[in-house]
Design a protein around this ligand. Structure first.
Ligand SMILES: *Cc1c(COP(=O)(O)O)cnc(C)c1O
Length: 384
């Protein structure tokens, strides 16, 4: 069929950007040391704190999400410091790589991809190893489609009175993540996933306990020095140490207004519903979810095992060519073994039903025994 529109982005970032957000980005530049920017920075920061459910200081960095991960590590790690890194996918592994880059010592806790680190495993590791300074935790492992039992893990980490560093890049703004209740010391997120703006901004919240460690650490961070950020934020007007990506701040301001207008709880409920509908559709089509347990499935990305006899390239290529829909493949060792449907940001019943329809038609076209309509019907039941 001939299509004139842009592709529908059903990938785990970048996500669809609302037209009002795109328009907000076409504004002229302003001084980043003036009151006008100070007001934007303050509004964005206050609204992000509502999404993070935190009273902690929070900073907006001009980088992709990985920049905030690096900020978290580089502000607290000195050579030789031990950091516990549960590794259960590509993004949790990234923390380990950053720790190594700053000459820290990652204590690796390998977990099979598709599984989640149970709190008990983390407790064992903390009891076994002495002098661990922090634990890094990926709340939503985008590469395998799992979401971890965060609350339990937080209790264990806090019992040991060490820092809790969380990557919520692909879940904050789409899932329930109460930073203060879960006592997350350094919580990082990014712009192009649930926040529905282009890639280019990252966020980090910093607890009192984290400040104690940061102030004790002989710092190696320069561009991402958190004390520098804190000082600049306290200036009048509030500002960032170096020139911020102004255009993305215009976008963030608009996108956060949209998010809070819909209501954070409603946004989360919408993500949960879309995720549930996706899972029901996948099961009805007799495909298999990749996460080992269904209750550890992410609410922002659904990972599905590639059916026998289907090539990743063919499946994704056909869906894009025939329907103008983009879905993702597997990363690293999961390449060709799974496909992933991102449903974060402005995704509703409309986009997910269209995607399931396209998936059914393409699997059928590729010779799979698919009962056309079964997935749609199962999803439809969830949306009611
Ligand atoms: C996307 C993602 C990242 C990396 O973010 P970039 O913006 O690409 O730097 C890190 N962690 C998770 C869980 C992600 O989904």
């Amino acid at each position: 069929m001939h299509r004139i529109d842009e592709d529908l982005l059903m990938i785990p970032g970048p996500t669809y950007v609302a037209h009002s957000t795109l328009r907000a980005m076409s504004r002229q530049m302003i001084s980043h040391r003036g009151k006008e920017f100070g007001d934007i920075l303050t509004e964005c920061t206050e609204n992000l704190k509502k999404v993070f459910r935190t009273e902690n200081e929070l900073f907006i960095l001009s980088s992709s999400g990985t920049g905030a991960m690096e900020a978290a590590i580089s502000n607290i790690v000195e050579p030789g410091d031990k950091i516990l890194c549960p590794i259960f996918g590509k993004f949790s592994e990234r923390f380990k790589l950053i720790v190594e880059a700053y000459r820290g010592v990652p204590v690796e806790l390998p977990i099979e991809w598709g599984d989640v680190p149970e709190a008990g495993l983390i407790e064992e590791a903390l009891d076994r190893e002495e002098d661990i300074k922090a634990v890094t935790i990926t709340h939503n492992e985008t590469s395998t489609g799992v979401r971890i039992p965060f609350d339990d893990i937080s209790k264990i980490v806090k019992k040991h009175d060490i820092l809790l560093i969380a990557d919520t890049i692909s879940s904050m703004g789409g899932d329930y993540i109460p930073v203060d209740d879960w006592k997350i010391d350094l919580c990082v997120s990014g712009s192009q996933k649930c926040f529905s703006i282009p890639p280019g901004l990252a966020f980090i919240s910093v607890s009192e306990r984290a400040w104690e460690e940061i102030n004790r650490t002989k710092r190696r961070a320069f561009y991402f020095s958190l004390p520098e950020y804190s000082e600049s934020y306290k200036k009048n007007p509030p500002q960032t140490p170096y020139t911020p990506a102004l255009t993305f701040f215009y976008a963030l301001q608009n996108s956060l207004r949209l998010l809070l207008e819909e209501g954070l709880d409603n946004v989360i409920a919408r993500h949960q519903k879309v995720a549930q509908a996706t899972r029901e559709a996948i099961k009805a089509l007799e495909l298999e979810l990749f996460p080992r347990k269904e209750d550890s499935c992410s609410v922002t990305v659904t990972a599905v095992q590639m059916p026998d006899g289907v090539q990743d390239k063919e499946l994704r290529g056909t869906i894009q060519k025939d329907y103008g829909i983009l879905i993702s493949g597997g990363q690293a060792g999961l390449k060709g073994k799974i496909f992933r449907i991102g449903h974060m940001g402005h995704v509703t019943d409309k986009e997910i039903l269209t995607t399931i329809y396209a998936l059914e038609k393409c699997l059928k076209k590729l010779g799979q025994r698919i009962e056309l309509g079964a997935g749609i019907e199962a999803a439809f039941k969830i949306f009611g």
